[in-house]
Design a protein around this ligand. Sequence first.
Ligand code: C2O
Length: 544
Amino acid sequence: AWVRHTFVIEETPYTRLCSTKKILTVNGQFPGPTLHVHRGDTLIVDVYNKAKHNITIHWHGVRQPRNPWSDGPAYITQCPIQPGGMFSYEIIFSKEEGTLWWHAHTDWNRITVHGAIAIYPKHGTAYPFPKPVAEQVLILGEWWKRDVMQVLRQALRTGGQPNISDAFTINGQPGDLFPCSKPGTFKLPVEQGKTYLLRIVNAAMNDNLFFAIAQHKLTVVGRDASYNKPLTRDYILISPGQTIDALLEANQPQNQYYIAARAYSSGQGVNFDNTTTTAFLQYSGSGNYAATSPPYSLPFLPFYNDTNAAVGFTNALRSLANEEHPIDVPLTVDTRIIATISANTFRCPYNSCQGTNGTRLAARMNNISFVNPPIDILQAYYYGINGDFGSRFPDKPPFVFNYTAQFLPQSLQTPRRGTEVKFLDYNSAVELVFQGTNLVAGEDHPMHLHGYSFYMVGWGFGNFDKKKDPLRYNLVDPPELNTILVPKNGWSAIRFRADNPGVWFMHCHLERRLTWGMNAVFIVKDGEQEEARLLPPPPGLPPC
Ligand code: C2O
């Protein structure tokens, strides 16, 4: 079926934390509207930009078969929609099922321009679990009292880390622990004895989040619109960009219970928002929230730097891998790419930047700090425009060192800035190993790939060993994802078949890393057959 929506981007005043500011919204809503589709549907979204900022929309986790033209990242697959302009995105849901989300993919606009996508099973098919009575989207986000574009500009000007947010939010609300926020606290109504499907999205800019509901367990049934073997836990971890489908059984006495989330931040010295956002699970018949000092307590959430709690959850998840939901992980690989990921402030060569003490923040992959080109890479590739990007993204780190050693010399810390892509042959089996490094401070990075979902076949702490580690890969039921958290001072290996021709962005979903260059681009070449070729550009592409 075809579904059509209109998104009007505009500035709308919103009040949070006792003050009002104008934020970018879609149709005046924050968070933005939830889109409901079935697997196999095609969705058209007409986006009108009535704001003062350039904007694009990305459909995070949708493969967009042969059609990167509708993928959205600015200067990668399109030029942004300028104020007064419009663009129609065509989004085809081929294999995805569960929850994904959409968000702006220009500057930091995704802070308020985002919403969920609920993808139901194809007509005539069912969930791989008993049908829940109802469902609820829970979007975890962040709120700055200041204008977020100012926060970004200030960080770019000073060369330092951006200021942290003032609160995390659940469905746009900081919750009752914050000033002026009690009345707006989000409430999730449930009836005793029933089971609900929670569609949880981490739309925060810069933080992984632990999430839990007091006295209730969550059964995770899907991540990134791919089903997994049910996993029941007291708390979950969700990284920026990720989506989790979880079943909630309302099996406790009729009452109100806290829903809460707070940051997981492993990097020493990396500033983060150490507050807790709350919402309420409200049983029907339990009365309304009125108490000034709640008798109920917050759920247990691990300490902010509890790496074991984080990896313990993430790595217990396995894909469903059954007959209806088979996996298709490449058993052998044609191309292996090892990419170091790191971020730090470094001393600028030749005083080329104005940061404090002549330093500047940079993030990079294989020591290249990505720079947006003047024309989007997709158009430059399609029309053969020279000089827009280079094709020398390296297959391995430029030099080998003990990436996760405690002290690393300054000489390793000066990246090259550039726009380098990596070409992949159509249908080749690709393995990509993200190697975390301990340059200045290691931290966990949520790495996201556009145009694909991939299998996470292995991970570990320390340095990846290309002889030994692949022997321990899970090729039976590895989770299928579009965003993975690479552990601090460790590595993660993913595999996918390059069967989607086009230009595809890959980046860290911490906005403070994306902006500073922890990005790369794959160009998957066309195959021989007609069905293996990039589609021609749609009419009405915005000009640069
Ligand atoms: Cu969630 Cu490049 O995006």
